[in-house]
Design a protein around this ligand. Structure first.
Ligand code: SF4
Length: 454
């Protein structure tokens, strides 16, 4: 408790994806409404929330580390653990001495009440219910977002695809879509607070609307959000190729506020590995969709995730995957060495790839990703693109960083006053993972620039 102010304090650490970031913001919104002050995780607080991840073994290990460090630092505060790792492995969380509260996804909305109960009760409280019984989107609208000029807006939760490597459906339950009116109201509030870019996100974003019997679609929501005054950019998080409709591509091609960037999770470029993963596309189908996307939007930034070392992955399959990735010309790749998640079919598959081989293949895929990224960036040297200036560069004073709409990270000289503005930037050089540039005009609104590559 902050004695001087008489206000309780809450701190939150978040692991994992954008959906988890949003869930943390929801919980902090509830704490603010209850009169709490939100402080950084390294500050003294009455309540520490650890919003965990379990998508890889590393995510789960990091979650345990953070829980232990909070308990060590603040033995008399409430340590509350929530998120996907809690949902799938509540017993492992409960076995960590000092955890006061374990909260699953379905009880996140009661987090303040549960924490206050934990302050009164000496024994740990467990509120973890079957997430498959959740039928509705858990709608706790945000008033603001803690970070930057780009706000994440969650519009979908859950997945029932059950790829063989993936623990997420067990952690998140069946697909649920958020009512569009709630999305628009939240984006209007965020726009009033000065956010200029929103990232529409979900666990399986492509299934947005499928549980709504045709009442609304992802494309409609994208179009309506882009029309909200003050919003200059709408970006989408991960989609599968089959969910990138021609209507969505038309919007990206014709509406300057809809970012020309798609994150299309590939996972493997090998047909046989994709089958073992039970992905719902073949490499040939993926290729066909990317060709269609590029024919309509030549400068699109295509980013992806790739898993390396899936059980039984032969050298030939790895080569096939590398060749496919090269052919797709991705602009950024997240490479994940396969990590067996207990309870998933892939964890029980025979023929694991030896660690050293997996590591060597991971390095090879990362190197290819870097090469493709540089090649993509080189195409834009000398061009002028709009950059949304988001933050000061970590290393240099007087420099800002931001992204183009096709997701090139750009550094440029500039001061605080430019943060949150869209700046025409002439791209003059390459950095290790982005580009540098200089202002080529005054900050502008959302129109695309004459003379730019698009
Ligand atoms: S589509 Fe596959 S990888 Fe994505 S969340 Fe669902 S099960 Fe996991």
């Amino acid at each position: 408790m902050d004695a001087a102010m008489g206000r309780r304090r809450v701190a939150c650490a978040t692991l994992g994806c954008k959906v988890n970031q949003y869930d943390s913001e929801q919980m902090l919104t509830l704490f603010r409404r209850a009169g709490y002050e939100v402080v950084d995780f390294d500050q003294p607080a009455d309540v520490y929330i650890i919003n965990t991840c379990t998508v890889t073994g590393r995510g789960a290990a990091k979650s345990r580390q953070l829980i232990r460090s909070a308990i060590r630092r603040a033995p008399f505060s409430v340590v509350a653990v929530t998120g996907c790792y809690t949902q799938t492995n509540p017993d492992e969380v409960a076995a960590i001495p000092g955890v006061n509260l374990i909260v699953g996804h379905r009880d996140r909305g009661r987090i303040v009440e549960l924490c206050e109960e934990a302050m009164r009760r000496p024994e740990p409280i467990r509120a973890v219910n079957d997430v498959w019984l959740a039928r509705e989107f858990d709608d706790i609208p945000l008033d603001s977002f803690s970070q930057g000029t780009r706000a994440v807006v969650k519009i979908q939760d859950g997945c029932n695809v059950f790829c063989t490597f993936c623990i997420i459906p067990y952690a998140r339950g069946r697909p649920r879509s958020r009512d569009p009116e709630s999305v628009y109201e939240e984006v209007e509030r965020l726009a009033e607070k000065g956010y200029r870019e929103v990232v529409l996100t979900g666990i399986h974003l492509g299934s947005y609307g499928q549980d709504a019997k045709g009442r609304f679609t992802l494309e409609e929501v994208v179009e309506r959000v882009a029309a909200i005054p003050g919003i200059d950019r709408v970006r989408l998080s991960s989609l599968e190729p089959r969910h990138v409709s021609d209507r969505l591509l038309e919007l990206m091609a014709s509406n300057p506020k809809v970012c020309q960037h798609l994150h299309l999770s590939l996972q493997s470029g090998s047909e046989t590995v994709l089958r073992r993963m039970k992905r719902r596309y073949t490499a040939a189908e993926y290729r066909a969709r990317v060709e269609r996307i590029r024919s309509l939007i030549p400068d699109v930034g295509l980013t992806t995730d790739v898993i390396v070392g899936f059980p039984g992955e032969t050298e030939a399959e790895h080569r096939e995957s590398l060749a496919f990735v090269r052919e797709m010309g991705f602009s950024r790749i997240h490479v994940f060495p396969f990590s067996p998640r207990p309870g998933t079919p892939a964890a029980a598959m025979p023929d694991p790839v030896p660690r050293a081989v997996k590591e060597a293949r991971t390095r090879e895929m990362i190197a290819l990703g870097e090469e493709l990224q540089q090649a993509f960036h080189r195409r834009f040297l000398g061009q002028t693109l709009e950059v949304l200036a988001e933050e000061e560069a970590a290393t240099d004073d007087g420099w800002l960083e931001g992204y183009t709409d096709n997701y090139i990270r750009v550094r440029l000289p500039g001061g605080d006053e430019l943060k949150g503005t869209l700046i025409p930037v002439r791209l003059t050089g390459l950095t290790q993972d982005g580009m540098v540039g200089e202002m080529a005009g005054l900050p502008v609104g959302s129109r695309r620039l004459a003379g730019a590559v698009r």
